[in-house]
Structure formats: C-alpha cells, structure tokens
Ligand binder design. Structure first.
Ligand SMILES: Cc1cc2nc3c(=O)[nH]c(=O)nc-3n(C[C@H](O)[C@H](O)[C@H](O)COP(=O)(O)OP(=O)(O)OC[C@H]3O[C@@H](n4cnc5c(N)ncnc54)[C@H](O)[C@@H]3O)c2cc1C
Length: 401
C-alpha cells in the first residue's frame, strides 16, 4: 500500500481528469477556465507524459519527422489546473480514488475518464510481440528507428482503415527504397464515395504501395505475416493498425463497459453505472441517434468540452444537458504532398463533395494543427471551444432512458 496523497481542502470539490489526449485536454482547459475564480473547485489533470501526443500525426513520427514540442504543464499555466505526470494503474469508483504509478493515490469527487485507446494487438496471435503500432509516440519512434535502419525490404501495414492508408502512404513517400504492402479486409477508403476511393487508390499506386484488399491477417510471425488460407508474406517490419481497444482499467474498476472496453455513458456523458464518472473521447461508448460514436478527434474534443460544461452545471446545482454531435468530414493524408477530404453527413455517411490534392493537404493540415491553439483560446474564452455541429435529426436519440 503506497502513500495517500491528499488533494484539495476539505471543502473544495476535486475534479480529476485522466488522460491529456485531445479529449482530456479539452475537458481540463474548459473546466479550469470556467472555475478559475472559484476556490470551492479544484481541477487535476493526470497523464503519462508532459508532452502532448499529437496522435493524428503519429504516422509522421513513425517516419522520422520531428513534431512540435507541446508542453501540457505550460499550456495549463494560469488556468489553476494542476498537472500530475504518472501512469494510472487503477480506479476505485467506490472509494473514489485513482492509483498512479502504483504508489500514489488521488481522491476525487468527480472523475473524467479520457484514457483513449491503443492498437488492438490482441486481435491475432503474434501482433503484440512482433508488430509495431502507433499506440503512443514511443511506439511510433520504435518503428521510425526500424525503418531508418532498413536499406531494403518489405514493410507490411496490416489494416486498410484510414490509419493504415495514411501510414502506408507516409512510409512509401519517406522510404521509397522499401516495398510497402497494405493488407486489409476492405478496399482503402471503403467508407468514401467512389470518386474519393478512386483518388486514394491512385495516390497509393503512385507512391508504389501494393494494396491487397479482401485479405485477413491471422498471425504475425517474426519476419512475416500469415493470411487466412495459409499464405505467408515475408516482412521486415509489420505495422499493426487494425482495430483499437481501450485500457482494461475501466472494466477492472467495475464500471459498465461495452464489448470494446469503452465506458457506457448516459446522454450527459456520465457512466451509466457510476454517475460521478464522466467518460470522454475514444474511451467512451456514447450513443447518438445514428449509433454509438466511433473514435475520432473531431468528436473527442467536443465530448471533453461537454463533460466540463456538465460538471460546471452540476456544481451550480443544475442538470447537465444531453450531448449531441454530428460528423462533418474525414480528412486523410496521402503523404505530405497529397490528401483527400471526404465531407460527410452527421451520421458519417459520405456526401458527394470531396477535396483532393493541394487544397485537401492544406485543409488536413489546418484540422490537424487546430487542437493546440483551440486549447490556448479556450483558456481566455471558454465559450470559443464550445462550438461544434450537433448533428440535427441524425444525432437525436428517440428512446426514453
Ligand atoms: C495516425 C492516426 C491518424 C488519425 N487521424 C485522425 C483524423 O484525421 N481525424 C480524427 O478525428 N481522428 C484521427 N485519429 C483518431 C484520433 O487520434 C483519436 O480518436 C483521438 O486521439 C482520441 O482522443 P482521446 O483524447 O480520446 O485519446 P488519446 O488522444 O489517445 O489520449 C489519451 C491520453 O491518455 C494517456 N494515457 C493512456 N493510458 C494512460 C494511463 N494508464 N495513465 C496515464 N495516461 C494514460 C495517453 O498517454 C494519452 O495522452 C487518428 C489516429 C491515428 C493513430
């Protein structure tokens, strides 16, 4: 049993936010900005690293590109929120405590759980041991190191979803001496219109990426992958991008979770089993009229802001409002010089309109670069971060809960 760290005065309501990803940062800055003048509320943000991980750029990290140094403690300066660096090892929702690095314990009154997700390397045997992932900046750096050392050979990108497409394109562009093979069940850009899909395929062809759609990787071996049907493909490096899973902490804590380990929320983003726990971002299973949201930054940041607004309302004795969100785009990089942006309906189905080429590159970069300045603006003007498309009739949930 480690030392118990006392936080806050007896009177102060302590909000602890776990995870400083896109969603957790949004929650911390939004809430801290709103309670800055109050001495009856304290906000603590816990994260594994002091440096903000731009997850949307991890395929760039994986190809050796240097990203900006974004310091979380520096961003929080002046907000009154406290930053705790550490690895969360357990949550006890009955005792209302969080264990960090096994030996520190934080008590909370309200918890915001935003620990994100990682690549699902448990999906097939061998992936955990023999495949690289983009689960964290450190994981991406390991792949960068491996790719830099390869003078020739084959890189298999397993998973033809958008992370797989972006990664295959980036690797092929940065390392033209390597053969890049993109494997997956679906055609790259499967959820896009035929026009956008064709554009993606042409870009991958131009970069020399060999695409094999309609295949399933069933095993990752040292130096190879095995496909359903028994075929084996030699690989000098395998990047696993197929599927995501969430931290087992929520399920271990006894919080109600779905089949992916995500915390099931009520309309206000509170855990259905433990209403003093809010769940946000990739770690939350949030139902909208069109179904349960899937993990994106475009939806994750609003969940963080909404949780902060709900907590702020609850502190004032008001009822939190229902969260509503509608998707609006799917921006996909195809190396540094090309991209495609598929505009979508609120339920994420594709609209006819898409951007391609230089215009799409500029759009994608603007979107990717926007979270950090958004947090900066929110410090001074919290309302500026509370604007997002609500999804209209698409997101309205009709059933009575
Ligand atoms: C290559 C790539 C490209 C992407 N492109 C897009 C895009 O164009 N648009 C889009 O909308 N989405 C995109 N995504 C998805 C997007 O990045 C995620 O949906 C988003 O990061 C989710 O935000 P989050 O805050 O829930 O989690 P994360 O951003 O994953 O943050 C979770 C944080 O919690 C920390 N953490 C986790 N476990 C612990 C622990 N036990 N203790 C302490 N800290 C912990 C992590 O270190 C991290 O800082 C992309 C993802 C990838 C991998």
């Amino acid at each position: 049993m480690g030392t118990r760290q006392q936080t806050g005065t007896a009177a102060a309501h302590h909000v602890v936010i776990l995870g400083a990803g896109y969603a957790g940062m949004a929650a911390a800055v939004q809430l801290a900005a709103r309670v800055k003048q109050r001495d009856d509320v304290r906000v603590t943000l816990v994260n594994a690293q002091e440096r903000f991980t731009e997850r949307m750029r991890l395929h760039m990290t994986a190809t050796g590109q240097q990203l900006a140094e974004l310091s979380i403690p520096q961003l929080l300066e002046g907000t009154g929120a406290r930053f705790v660096r550490g690895w969360v090892t357990a949550v006890d929702p009955d005792a209302k405590t969080v264990r960090i690095d096994d030996d520190r314990v934080l008590s909370y009154d309200t918890l915001v759980y935003g620990l994100g997700g990682v690549a699902d390397t448990a999906a097939v045997p061998g992936a955990e041991d023999h495949a690289y992932t983009l689960s964290s900046a450190q994981d991406a750096e390991l792949l960068a190191d491996r790719l830099a050392r390869l003078t020739e050979g084959t890189v298999v990108v397993a998973g033809s979803g958008l992370t797989g497409v972006e990664s295959a394109a980036e690797i092929a562009e940065r390392h033209p001496r390597l053969d890049v093979v993109l494997l997956g069940r679906q055609e790259p850009g499967a959820a896009m219109t035929a026009k956008a899909r064709k554009y993606v395929r042409a870009a991958l062809d131009r970069l020399g990426v060999r695409v094999r759609a309609g295949v399933e990787v069933v095993k990752v071996l040292p130096g190879a992958v095995e496909l359903a049907g028994g075929e084996t493909l030699a690989a000098d490096a395998v990047l696993w991008t197929s599927g995501t899973r969430t931290s087992p902490l929520a399920a271990a804590a006894g919080l109600a979770v779905d089949g992916y380990g995500r915390i099931v929320t009520d309309p206000a983003l509170r855990s259905v089993s433990h209403p003093d726990v809010y769940a946000i971002g990739d770690a939350a299973a949030i139902r909208q009229g069109y179904g349960v949201m899937h993990g994106t930054c475009q939806g994750g940041m609003p969940t963080g802001v909404h949780a902060a607004l709900s907590i702020h309302r609850a502190l004032d004795g008001k009822q939190p409002k229902a969260f509503r969100f509608g998707y609006y785009h799917t921006p996909v990089s195809l190396g540094r010089g090309d991209a495609v942006v598929q505009f979508t309906r609120p339920d994420d189905s594709p609209r006819r309109i898409c951007l391609t080429g230089r215009l799409a590159v500029r759009y994608k970069e603007t979107v990717t670069a926007s979270p950090w300045p958004t947090y900066g603006r929110m410090k001074k003007m919290p309302a500026s971060g509370a604007i997002w498309p609500r999804g209209g009739r698409f997101s309205r949930v009709r059933e009575v809960r």
